[in-house]
Design a protein around this ligand. Structure first.
Ligand SMILES: O=P(O)(O)OC[C@@]1(O)O[C@H](CO)[C@@H](O)[C@@H]1O
Length: 402
């Protein structure tokens, strides 16, 4: 395992192969996928994208933003500490997020609002395999015989949401991963009882008004099959616990497939016309919850920025602290909470996060990068022997309570 254990955020240099490979190969491959997916791009946009790619591969200095945009001042401040640094010798969490913001600039996103990743996301929707979590949940209800306990149903929904995270277009270089969810055997950690205790403590009495203290906040990740799994989870939480939900989404496109409000609307549009009734029913129920206001959307550009969670503005921090439970989806949000650092795996979560939240946090993540905390050294050694790539392959999941 070529990891230098350090208390600093992972760097894109030779100290971390996966982070370094992101800048030299994986991100340039994503740029190529975006150019292929947008054949109508004018040559000046293609040129800017190729310059971005080449700069990374040639380890150039990280350029600032150049075009005017509503958020340029903020990004200039975020870039300043890294001024003069090179793509392959800097902080990975910053470099990767900055690269996606430069990609949007190269594609004229902020003057056209045309999502350069839209064709890639649409392809997954049109292929139909984005809806497997909804069909799996419906099938379990029909073939599972007598409905299980509330806890069983909640766990099934949690795992459908967790394994939906495998289909992450930024991870697979633009191609959707296979739709099959990995087995529950591939779990690094499964703190199911603690998760259920927190969830069941939120259960209201029939007709009880939902209050912020009983609200579940979901910090979303990818659209497509991950969004399908998240919809199953949201509807299960509402049906079984009577809670209201707030979904925190990206304000604009980033990381190829991270969900925006436009992505969610498009997903519902396609799902409403899906040949399977179960998919149409799920989409209709989700749309009704939005209409009734028991499920609210909170898009924010904080989630698009290279800022760790303890640097969140009050509008985010206060919202999460006032929730009954916060569910963080996916790998990037995990990295954001735990400072994208190579902790010694048994490091307590409070130490890695630099805080103890005032409300329970639940992480549903397929592990695609090295940042990890709160897992015993013994467990990591067993995993390393079983699958040396367990930290970055996306094949292993984690259900962890903070
Ligand atoms: O947040 P997700 O979609 O689960 O994973 C996104 C991500 O963490 O996966 C890749 C591998 O770590 C990174 O390039 C990227 O930040």
């Amino acid at each position: 395992m070529n990891h230098l254990l350090s208390q600093q955020p992972i760097k894109t240099d030779s100290s971390n192969w996966f982070a370094s490979n992101t800048m030299t190969e994986r991100f340039p491959n994503i740029v190529d996928a975006v150019v292929r997916a947008n054949p109508a791009f004018p040559s000046r946009i293609k040129r800017r994208l190729q310059e971005l790619s080449r700069g990374m591969q040639e380890n150039s200095r990280i350029p600032p933003l150049t075009d005017p945009a509503f958020d340029k001042d903020q990004w200039d401040l975020l870039w300043r500490p890294f001024r003069g640094q090179r793509w392959q010798e800097t902080q990975w969490f910053f470099a990767e997020t900055w690269a996606y913001r430069l990609l949007l600039e190269a594609c004229d996103y902020f003057s056209t609002l045309k999502d350069p990743f839209a064709p890639l996301k649409e392809e997954e929707l049109q292929r139909g395999d984005a809806f497997w979590p909804i069909l799996a949940a419906a099938e379990a209800r029909t073939t599972g015989g007598a409905p299980g306990t509330t806890g069983d149903e909640l766990l099934q929904a949690l795992y459908l949401s967790l394994w939906g995270n495998r289909a992450d277009l930024s991870f697979s270089g633009g191609a959707a991963l296979d739709a099959a969810g990995a087995g529950q055997g591939h779990l690094v950690l499964r703190e199911e009882q603690r998760a259920l205790e927190h969830l069941l403590s939120l259960k209201g009495t029939p007709g009880e008004q939902a209050t912020p203290g009983r609200e579940v906040h979901l910090v979303m990740d990818n659209t497509g099959s991950e969004l399908a799994g998240d919809m199953v989870l949201c509807l299960a939480l509402q049906r079984l616990l009577g809670v209201s939900l707030v979904l925190h989404l990206k304000l604009y496109p980033t990381y190829v497939s991270d969900t925006t409000v436009a992505d969610l609307a498009r997903f519902l549009e396609v799902a409403a016309l899906h040949p399977r009734q179960e998919v149409r029913t799920c989409a209709a129920a989700f749309a009704s919850a939005l209409e009734e206001g028991t499920l609210r959307l909170a898009p924010d550009d904080f989630w698009c920025q290279p800022r760790f969670l303890d640097d969140a503005p009050p509008r985010i921090g206060e919202a999460l602290e006032g929730a009954g439970l916060v569910i963080f989806k996916g790998d990037l949000n995990y990295r954001r909470v735990f400072h994208d650092t190579l902790w010694s795996p048994e490091t307590p979560l409070e130490e890695a996060a630099g805080r103890k939240p005032g409300t329970p946090w639940l992480f549903l993540r397929t592990i695609k990068s090295d940042c990890l905390a709160g897992v015993s050294r013994e467990r990591c050694q067993i995993l390393q022997e079983e699958d040396p790539r367990w930290r970055t392959s996306g094949a292993w999941g984690l259900l962890q309570v903070f």
